[in-house]
Design a protein around this ligand. Structure first.
Ligand code: ADP
Ligand code: MG
Length: 729
């Protein structure tokens, strides 16, 4: 019987690129046509209802029930015309995916007929049972109800013939059970804090939004190969597999000509994304073979997060019709690069100004420096929390692995801006500044835009890099919901800006002129946050040493990193800003630990399963052939000839026996460690045991399995190999 692997390989040979369903029209002619956005609302809503929804979007003013009825009815008419028969509240529970439960628009009416209906109350709030999502103990059975509530700031859309309404998801007691609720609160906190600070510079600023442009990396694999790799199917990564002779050494994949099948897939999912108003614009091959990236134009952060979550779902679905599977895992393959999701973040005002983009005058540049320095100070104060916000079992494979930023948090500013901060530090005195000093300083900062124009400084090894007009948080994992890190960033910068305003106001109160007060506080922050600034190579061993001397933490594993979730400073931060209560934050900590444990537990079970039922049997079958051959030779050859002829085979026979025996022993040890870990009390202890006791067994098992792969007859090897999976044309 031919192995499943060989059947899969034959299937792959016959694959033709599936051409996308997209039409040839210009993108602008269909962009956003499946979104109940500005134009659709303008067309379908009364003037009053339209004005009220816009007010809700722009100023968070609640929508009256009467108007909600109108909006619902218009949405239904619009969605039905697009073929939608069902609607769903679409939300982001803490398991990292998106959740949907479809309900039909129709209702049975008299005499066996049905009518279509969708009311304001159905739009505004639902009470799905949804009791199986992680809640970290927030939902006890007696209060098990969970509610979803409409988020009008992210427009409804039609996907797969279903009207999807973005919502938050909270418990009966109002506690957040999702990613969106705290994100929206952090957006509000940052808006208030940043708008207040903007008043020093421009009275016309009444609103500040956070902006996010994510860059999504992913791998593609043929579906037939994916289907016979249970590890990929169930965990998203290959737990076993020898490195191919040719991986990414030649650097010939990065930005190379896009393989035809991948290009067809890209055109297809981009078309679907454009219908949904997801502004994906950039596509290219990434560093590893069969690895790619797409990036949109940046948007308001809440919308950008929804779009990223939706895009991951769209990609997954579209891949299937191309006989491909998309791998969003942070590390599908050992030995080649993993995938991240750079989060480009900034703040923009209602007056159209990017607060992290220097202006043309000293005044606008003082504003730029204010937001720039405050962000760095915020990162300095909450570096450990930022690290925790991107911690996951998957991402542990990347951080610190010399392909992704280290687990040590630091900020890269570039040479010119570093120099400007150093200059401020030197030239601003704590005493009153002379007019000459002030002029010199202003002249200096007046030059910033020119400097930045040719500031092509790029440091790929920094987890948090300033790139001209935004910060790029590079350590985020490719499968992550961006909400976690973005909520954190919004919150820490909001807290910092509130503090800044307090300190500047105190100086102004002492009759120090405003600009000088600002300079003095900025100087103080520059001095205080120095240790977080690092311009060198983040991959180097020296940095690890230096970081340690500076007192920066290097949390290599998720269980270690997660402690910062429940530190006093974190709990206070989220509580003071009304983003998450202690109980909500502690629940998130529990969930993160439990998720970690479960992931490692699943991986461990799959390794055991594959090794015992696929790897060892293949190895033994091959060994039997060798044994038969050797004993056959013994009957026909002279003793001297036999010795010569059989030596090599006997070595292989022995090698197989030794490796199989080590593998079996290690699998048994791993199972024992799992049992011990499962008996421990508390999520923290369990996560540590899985990390420190169970996971190390993976490496030993893998080492010997990968060696066996190199000696066993290729035709007998059960699993698709790296050289096959990483090849896509
Ligand atoms: P890279 O060289 O890292 O690919 P790009 O300039 O192409 O950098 O931008 C990457 C991402 O940054 C894009 O998604 C882009 O929309 C986003 N971006 C640009 N400006 C901003 C901003 N002000 N706020 C947030 N994201 C931004
Ligand atoms: Mg980037």
């Amino acid at each position: 019987m031919e192995s499943r692997r060989f059947l899969a390989l034959q299937e792959v040979l016959h694959r033709q690129p599936v051409e996308p369903s997209s039409s040839e029209k210009t993108i602008s002619s269909y962009y956003g046509s499946d979104v109940f956005g500005y134009d659709a609302m303008k067309e379908h809503l009364s003037e009053e209802a339209f004005a009220m929804v816009m007010n809700a979007i722009e100023n968070s003013v609640p929508i009256e029930r009467k108007v909600a009825d109108q909006v619902a009815s218009a949405m239904k008419a619009w969605a039905s015309a697009k073929g939608a028969t069902h609607y769903t509240h679409w939300f982001q529970p803490l398991n990292g995916t998106t959740a949907e439960k479809h309900d039909g628009f129709f209702e049975p009416s008299e005499r066996g007929r049905a009518i279509e209906r969708f009311s304001g109350s159905q739009l505004v709030q639902q009470e799905p049972d949804a009791s199986s999502f992680p809640s970290g103990g927030i939902r006890n059975t007696f209060e098990a109800r969970g509610y979803t509530a409409w988020d009008p700031t992210s427009p409804a859309f039609v996907f797969d013939k279903t009207l999807c309404i973005p919502t938050i998801f909270v418990s009966y007691t109002g506690e957040a059970l999702d990613f969106k609720t705290p994100l929206l609160k952090s957006i509000h906190a940052l808006d208030k804090a940043a708008t207040d600070v903007c008043q020093y510079f421009d009275k016309n600023v009444t609103k500040v939004i956070a902006t996010l442009g994510w860059e999504q990396e992913y791998f593609l694999i043929d579906a037939a190969l994916f289907n016979v790799r249970y590890d990929l199917q169930q965990t998203g990564r290959t737990l076993l597999g020898a490195s191919p002779a040719k991986g990414q050494q030649l650097e010939d994949h990065y930005w190379g000509s896009i393989p035809a099948r991948a290009a067809a897939f890209m055109r297809d999912f981009e078309y679907q994304s454009h219908l949904l108003g997801i502004p994906v614009r950039t596509r290219h091959n990434e560093v590893a073979p069969a690895q790619f990236e797409c990036a949109p134009v940046f948007e308001e952060v809440n919308l950008a997060v929804d779009h990223n979550q939706l895009l991951m779902d769209v990609m997954d679905k579209v891949a299937i019709r191309h006989n491909l599977r998309v791998l969003l895992h942070e590390k599908p393959y050992a030995g080649v690069n993993g995938s991240g999701k750079h989060n480009n973040w900034s703040m923009a005002t209602n007056t159209g100004k990017n607060l992290l983009s220097p202006g043309k005058t000293p005044k606008t540049n003082l504003q730029f420096l204010t937001f720039f320095v405050n962000t760095i100070k915020a990162v300095h104060e909450h570096a450990d929390l930022l690290r925790a916000s991107i911690a996951s079992a998957n991402n542990d494979h990347r951080l610190g692995a010399n392909e992704a930023p280290p687990a040590i948090m630091s900020a890269f500013l570039g040479e010119q801006l570093s120099k400007i901060l150093d200059d401020i530090e030197k030239s601003v005195s704590d005493k009153k500044m002379t007019p000459e000093e002030k002029t010199a300083l202003k002249m200096g900062i007046g030059k910033i835009p020119d400097i930045l124009l040719d500031n092509t400084d790029r440091n790929r090894t920094s987890p948090f890099a300033f790139t001209g007009n935004k910060f790029e948080f590079r350590a985020v994992g490719s499968s992550a919901n961006c909400s976690g890190p973005m909520t954190t960033l919004n919150a820490i910068v909001a807290e910092q800006l509130i503090q800044f305003k307090k300190e500047v106001d105190a100086l102004i109160h002492k009759n120090i002129e405003k600009d000088e007060a600002i300079f003095q506080i900025l100087k103080k922050y520059i001095v205080a946050s120095k240790k977080i600034r690092f311009e060198g190579n983040g991959y180097g061993e020296e940095w690890k040493k230096e970081a340690k001397q500076r007192g920066l933490n290097n949390f290599n594993t998720t269980p270690q990193a997660l402690d910062a979730f429940v530190s006093k400073t974190t709990l206070k931060l989220f509580e003071d800003l009304h983003i998450l209560s202690h109980r909500e934050q502690e629940a998130r900590y529990e969930i993160a630990l439990e998720t970690y444990t479960k992931k490692i537990q699943i991986e461990s079970r799959i390794i055991g399963d594959i090794v015992m039922t696929q790897i060892i049997p293949s190895a033994i079958k091959y060994q039997k052939i060798l044994v038969d051959n050797v004993s056959g030779m013994k009957t026909i050859l002279s003793t001297t000839d036999f010795k010569k002829a059989s030596d090599v085979q006997i070595d292989t026979i022995k090698e197989i026996s030794e490796r199989v025996s080590i593998i079996k022993t290690e699998v048994e040890k791993m199972i024992e460690e799992r049992k011990k870990a499962n008996n421990l009390e508390g999520a923290k202890k369990q996560a540590h045991a899985y990390c420190e006791k169970v996971k190390p067994c993976f490496e030993v098992i893998r080492y010997h399995v990968d060696k066996l792969e190199l000696v066993v007859d290729d035709a007998m090897w059960a699993l698709p190999k790296y050289r096959e999976m990483l090849y896509l044309k």
